[in-house]
Design a protein around this ligand. Structure first.
Ligand code: KE4
Length: 432
């Protein structure tokens, strides 16, 4: 397997793009080596510029839940193209999209389309502050809500991967209005709320955290946040950019039975096109301009081509509940295979798993928050990543990212991945 073309493209890219990539985690900084430049993808496979094929478990960091180049979604985009790409005026598809989201996501009575998950979370926080007249927010260490200034405090995903969870450029003024607590630590939240009476606008949380690797809420954590927010008039925001439409048709809030006041969405909602959204209670959403005083806008919000892709994706998920049964079966088969493999090798690494999301942590500690996730041996993870890549399996290039499965994965694919993982672990551990 040679990667000459990728390497040449990377050298060119670094001349004109910071780090040669348009999003930091793609640079392979955490796993060593040079990033692969992907030319195309189909089903469960990526194909790089040198013609190498990879069975992949990123799916564009979540969106491609039906696998790559799904016919229904591609056809919907083809049909939209002749009508021009963008009008900057309201369209029928945006109405259909809003109706569909409101019908699928329990907390959503009204919704505003934007063009990324970051835009969705930034807007939701501004809305919560405007609606409550309060200034502070609470987020959780290791959770990532996009690159908005308010969120780059103890952030996960690429921020921790780069080892700089608190980014330069975020002012002291902004940082002091973001309070942080350990994920799963309800007592810490209550202490923060009691210490800031009447001044906390929102608590924003990934209901299932995917940006420190996958970390599940302990029983009672989300329910406790719901109760605290209801009691203190704090807006509870579920950031379901990753989990939305993936863990269930109605996302984590449907699967786990806790309903927030606002929900932020992205990834799957666009079927691979740049789409984000935030939505929730009518009385809160009607605080958004032009009907309310909180301003938010976007040139390409509700873009007709992106809406065509998103509508095709959500309509497919809405009409085919068997998609979720398949994702559960595939997730169980893969994780069971991983567990058997670890047992055979006498390894006691932690695996966190829910539905079509999972993470193998290179630590023997249970992983239930940022601090325990950081006990992982990231150097070992890097060697595992490269060993898997050599065997044609492409994982997320960071210990602090969840893996995402798609319905394009077959039983044979699952067996291939498990075999590659067993061989990779042997290569980096047992034979070392
Ligand atoms: P975007 O702005 O990247 O569309 O969404 C930001 C975001 C918000 N909330 C959650 C829970 C997220 O996971 C994300 C983005 N996720 C990362 C992967 N961990 C995107 C990949 C990247 O940064 O390149």
């Amino acid at each position: 397997m040679h990667t000459t073309n990728s390497q040449q493209l990377f050298d060119r890219a670094k001349q004109f793009i910071p780090g040669g990539v348009n999003s930091p985690v793609r640079a392979f900084r955490a796993v060593g080596g040079k990033p692969l430049f992907i030319k195309s993808a189909k089903g469960a496979y990526l194909y790089d510029e040198d013609g190498n094929a990879y069975l992949e478990l990123i799916n564009s960091w979540g969106p491609m839940v039906l696998g790559h180049a799904h016919e229904e979604i591609e056809q919907a985009v083809r049909e939209a193209l002749p009508d021009s790409f963008s009008f900057g005026a309201p369209t029928r598809r945006e109405v259909e999209m809003a109706e569909l989201i409101a019908g699928m996501v329990p907390s959503v009575e009204k919704v505003r389309m934007v063009s990324s998950g970051t835009e969705a979370t930034m807007s939701a926080i501004r809305l919560a502050r405007g609606f409550t007249g309060r200034e502070k927010i609470i987020k959780f260490e290791g959770c990532y809500h996009g690159h908005g200034d308010s969120f780059l405090i103890a952030a996960g995903s690429g921020a921790i991967t780069m080892g700089v969870p608190d980014s330069p450029g975020v002012t002291v003024g902004v940082a002091r209005d973001t309070l942080t607590a350990p994920f799963n630590d309800l007592a810490a939240v209550k202490t923060l709320v009691d210490a800031n009476p009447g001044n906390i606008a929102a608590i924003i949380v990934e209901p299932v955290a995917g940006n420190m690797g996958l970390v599940l809420p302990v029983k009672g954590f989300l329910e406790g946040l719901r109760e605290v927010c209801t009691r203190h008039g704090i807006v509870l925001i579920f950031d379901e950019v990753m989990t939305g439409f993936r863990l269930a048709k109605g996302g984590a809030q449907e699967r786990l039975g806790v309903t927030p006041d606002l929900t932020t969405l992205g990834k799957i909602i666009g079927g691979g096109m740049p789409v984000g959204a935030y939505g929730g209670k009518r009385e809160i959403m009607d605080f958004i301009s032009p009907v309310g005083p909180v301003y938010q806008a976007g040139t390409l919000s509700g873009n007709p081509v992106a809406m065509a892709a998103g509508l095709a994706m959500l309509r497919h998920l809405d009409a085919h509940p068997e998609v979720y049964q398949k994702l559960e079966r595939t997730g169980d088969a893969l994780v069971n295979g991983y567990r058997e493999s670890l047992q055979k090798l006498g390894l006691n690494y932690t695996i966190n798993h829910i539905g079509s999301m999972f993470s193998l942590f290179f630590t023997e500690q249970p992983v239930y928050d940022f601090a325990t996730a950081k006990t992982s041996d990231t150097g070992l993870f890097g060697r595992y990543f490269q060993a898997m890549l050599k065997r044609g399996v492409y994982l997320a290039p960071s210990q602090y990212e969840s893996l995402f499965l798609s319905t394009a994965l077959t039983e044979r694919h699952v067996e291939t991945i498990i075999r590659a993982s067993q061989e990779s672990l042997e290569e980096i551990l047992v034979k070392a």
